[in-house]
Write a protein that binds this ligand. Structure first.
Ligand code: NAP
Length: 282
């Protein structure tokens, strides 16, 4: 699995990781989902993303059970605090609850899930405290546009802001013109969520033909080409979610795929980035 330095953390993290939103929370598909996560880890997709919001904590519990038996230092575990909980004390309490559900002694990365109404300075002070006491190694934000991201970074004194997790897929490339380069300069890793765009690109027949052509050339699949395209920037990572082993195996293999300049140009033409607009979210 290809790893890259994760912003100013200095730590190397798998370029293609695993998301967990909408994981089956019970029933017969749950065990399959747990196996999928474990297969992904074995294939090097050790970059794992969850949130206290997912299944109101249930998904953190499932992820925690899936992680049992792995060396903790081999994993890079991210979770997120809900904006409604993100007061100073609320952030610290939410992190403690997440740690318990994940059965982890520490998080690798703790994010504010999206900008909320509690003062950002307070949330970031709490984040700093969590690093100081060893509850998380690194901190960041999610769904923050460039100015908001830089503001969040400005509230941190002792630790850097290392991540902004945002929507990024072939039909939503608005972050390429400003957010990605600014984040690169600020030492912030961009983590692309919903990299398959909830099927948006599958609905573009011309675009699909391009992906299929490039995939065939590399003996790969259109989804692998998609992940390789999104993670072509030095500071961009992707976290596709897959609750099936076959899907995880396909996604993991994307990290080995190297697109050439001609491929990138073709994809660029098939899925034009369009003008910069406000940050898109789900
Ligand atoms: P996604 O990863 O783009 O797509 C997930 C869907 O694609 C699932 O239905 C999955 O099916 C399917 N899939 C995955 N790999 C496949 C493959 N190789 N072949 C065919 N189908 C495949 O969307 P997402 O879950 O919205 O985003 C990924 C992660 O980002 C989330 O899980 C979450 O961790 C994070 N996220 C964060 C935010 C935020 O606000 N920060 C928002 C949304 C998502 P199966 O599950 O059946 O395998």
């Amino acid at each position: 699995m290809r790893k890259k330095v994760f912003g100013s953390s200095g730590v190397e993290v798998a370029a293609v990781g695993q998301g967990t939103w909408d994981m089956p929370e019970n029933g017969s598909r749950l065990e399959g989902a747990r196996q999928a996560i474990r297969r992904g880890i074995e294939l090097g997709m050790t970059h794992l993303d969850t949130a206290e919001m997912y299944g109101t904590g249930r998904v953190e519990e499932i992820l925690g059970s899936a992680l049992a038996g792995y060396a903790r230092e081999e994993l890079f575990v991210t979770t997120k605090v809900l904006p409604g909980n993100a007061t100073y004390d609320g952030t610290i309490a939410a992190a403690r609850r997440s740690l318990e559900r994940l059965r982890c002694e520490y998080l690798d990365l703790y994010l504010l899930h999206w900008p909320g109404s509690h003062p950002l300075r307070e949330t970031m002070r709490a984040m700093e405290h969590l690093v100081e006491v060893g509850a998380t190694r690194f901190v960041g934000v999610s769904n923050f546009d460039t100015d908001e991201m830089l503001e969040a970074a400005s509230h941190l004194r002792a630790v850097p802001l290392v991540c902004n997790q945002v929507l990024y897929h072939l039909c939503e490339r608005g972050i390429e013109s400003d957010l990605i380069p600014q984040a690169q300069r600020a030492g912030v890793a961009i983590v692309a969520y919903t990299p398959f765009g909830r099927g948006a690109y599958l609905r573009s027949p011309g675009g699909m033909r391009t992906l299929e052509r490039i995939a065939e050339k590399h003996e790969a699949t259109p989804r692998q080409v998609t992940l390789a395209f999104l993670t072509r920037f030095e500071n961009v990572f992707a976290i596709p979610k897959a609750a099936r082993v076959a899907h995880v195996e396909e996604n993991a293999a994307a990290a080995a795929l190297e697109l050439d300049a001609g491929d990138i140009e073709e994809i660029d033409r098939a899925f034009p980035a369009g003008p910069r607009g406000p940050l898109a979210t789900l």
